[in-house]
Design a protein around this ligand. Sequence first.
Ligand code: MN3
Length: 200
Amino acid sequence: MSFTLPAIPFAPAALEPHIDAKTMEIHHGKHHQAYITNLNNAVAATPALQGQSLEDLLATISQHAPVVRNNAGGHWNHSFFWNLLSPTPTTPSAALSDAIASTFGSLEAFKKAFEKEGLARFGSGWVWLVKTPEGKLVITSTPNQDNPLMDSAPVKGTPILGNDVWEHAYYLHYQNRRADYLKAFWNVLNWHQASAHFGA
Ligand code: MN3
């Protein structure tokens, strides 16, 4: 068994001007593929890892080598991310909308807090909206390719939505302007998918 690159269900240019075609092509075809190749190589070299699902690996990541942590995380995070993007505008479900409003005050206040967390992540990583095991919504960020499904994560739970704040996700179009990229994300976020992750 080996891990394979999932297809993206729209053309690379479909998210322009918010995310450019070249970034989509390199991010998916080169960066994501590299995580998969490296993960497959690590699994092939480690019999104890064979037959485990990606989720199994993440749930026990503290027991595995850094190469597994980085590349299993990279594969899961990017697969999650592509599904969260939509060329057409979407809106959150009533249940997610209500939960965001009651937790953060309003959708706008949530967006600002999420952007702030993404800007504050020094270096490479991800910013997440997570549903904790207690059912609370929390904004958190992780370094590198870590995520809230890892047993090592300081905030654990179900990712509802997430954004990639590695420079490779935005540098061709936005250069150093991570704040502009974080703002543009709302134009291409698939709220239907986020709502499905929330469970309503
Ligand atoms: Mn990336």
